[in-house]
Design a protein. Structure first.
Length: 248
């Protein structure tokens, strides 16, 4: 085989796509993965000629497992909870997405008092009064919302985009001043990596124009919130929008 890595990555991608559209159960995906792993082990010991395809199937089922685990949190949040006001406690599990109109966080809910809310939420905090960081444990209150499916064929499906990241719903917070910082935690290595990234972005902001700095951050880190709208439209029209999606 000339390019085995491409072959296996393709299998992983197909597994992710397959699980996204089929909405396979986690237990079923895990069963298939374990069975394929056993077959792969036997094939390795006996040096089967078809081992390449067995590995392909193994990567395919691995993609299904990873996707089904992320999708599992989404299934626990019915549409009937749309517009509910809740108070939750959780930890920021990714770097904040700072935009001119709001700051977005990926919050893993960790308390029982949240009622129906489980799993991961995309938190939207209006304004930039306070910006919390990865690993911060927060207590906050807001309104739950679930995006509607796109009305036109081919339109951007915001709900599907959230589902692929394992996000159950959006929690909108209007007053950042009411968010309480309870503790700081998270993986120390990730905190250090994000700190280095923040330092690099600060250097870009200080040494380049606002537009050029935002484009460079979009290319290197996938940070698209600061890119001016007209520049984003230019990327879309020229078919180069994928350039700013490397890290997404």
């Amino acid at each position: 085989m000339q390019r085995p890595l491409v072959f296996l990555v393709l299998a992983l991608i197909l597994g992710i796509v397959g699980a996204t559209f089929s909405k396979i159960d986690v237990a079923a995906a895990m069963t298939a993965a374990v069975f394929t792993l056993i077959i792969a082990g036997i094939g390795f010991i006996r040096a089967w000629r078809m081992n390449a395809w067995v590995l392909f199937c193994l990567c395919f089922t691995l993609g299904m497992v990873l996707t089904s685990i992320k999708m599992a949190a989404v299934a626990s949040l019915p549409v009937t909870w749309q517009g509910k006001s809740v108070r939750v406690t959780g930890q920021v599990i990714d770097r904040p997405d700072v935009r001119p109109e709001a700051v977005f966080y990926k919050l893993a809910v960790s308390n029982d008092q949240a009622g129906p809310v489980k799993g991961v939420l995309r938190v939207k905090v209006r304004g930039q009064e306070k910006v919390f960081q990865y690993g911060d444990r927060l207590e906050l209150a807001g309104f739950i919302s679930i995006p509607e499916p796109p009305g036109n064929p081919g339109a951007f499906d915001y709900r599907a985009w959230l589902n692929r990241q394992g996000i159950a719903a959006i929690l909108t917070v209007h007053d950042a001043g009411e968010i309480k910082l309870l503790d700081r935690g998270g993986n120390p290595l990730l905190r250090m990596a994000y700190g280095i990234r923040d330092a690099l972005e600060k250097i870009f902001d200080q040494t380049m124009s606002k537009t050029n700095a935002s484009i460079l951050k979009g290319i290197l880190f996938g940070t698209r919130g600061e890119i001016p709208r007209e520049v984003q439209l230019a990327f879309n029209e020229t078919g180069l929008v994928h350039v700013t999606q490397v890290v997404e």
